[in-house]
Design a protein around this ligand. Sequence first.
Ligand SMILES: [Fe+2]
Ligand SMILES: [Fe+2]
Length: 268
Amino acid sequence: MNDQQDTLAPVKILQPTVTIELGDEPRYGKTATDPNAICIGDVYAPSVTYEMVKNDPEVRAFIENADNNLGVLGFTEHGFRHVSLVASIARNVLRLLGYDERLQELAAIAGYLHDIGNIVSRHAHAQSSAILAHSILSRLGMDPNDVAIVMGAIGSHGDDNARLGEPVHAVSAAIILADKSDVHRSRVRVQDPSAFDQHDRVNYAATSSFLRVDGAAKSITLELTIDTSIAPVIEYFEIFLPRMLMCRHAAILLGCAFHITINDVAVL
Ligand SMILES: [Fe+2]
Ligand SMILES: [Fe+2]
């Protein structure tokens, strides 16, 4: 029990009804294992809070260095802006779908830590992020069940290693949706448009992106505004199709349909 835990209000578990669509992919739904059955033991407040993680010097150093490394490699912004946004969107996804405060807090923590593995290597960074998160969260005194949930969420967000990450529970589904929906011109580091690669161009063309979660309708919609004079819509799909598939799988695990609108036109 720590000081932060003392101040948290009692939490109430609201278990949404999850309907898994059976199909060729994903493989979950083939067995009776419930992705919501991750609250092992009694219901309790999160053992480590988002604020504790955010204020940890090691975490801050790792995020800064991860972003620097990716800048050297020519990737878009993956720093405090990106991870804070992912934390906030992931928390909101679970809040709007009625998940309890503990899982919301774990989603925010996983969102903040999900890219720290880029200090090791871009390749397999989802896995290295998860392993690094283990040592940080254990040091902060997080309950092992909570550590396990955060590690699973971080580890499932990657789309490198020639295969897509697969959501294993609600927190991991929320991280996938939050991470993959961060497409925005503010992420582009290159100043000269003539030096843009396709990722820069598509991100720069995205003047707005919003993940709309409708808990009552069980629907999650990525609403994008794209300046088609900078990048045609087809370029968006060329780059982001695998990520959109991950989002669709994540939405299904959360019992929702996934939609995309581009410039107010429904495309999925
Ligand atoms: Fe990542
Ligand atoms: Fe990310």
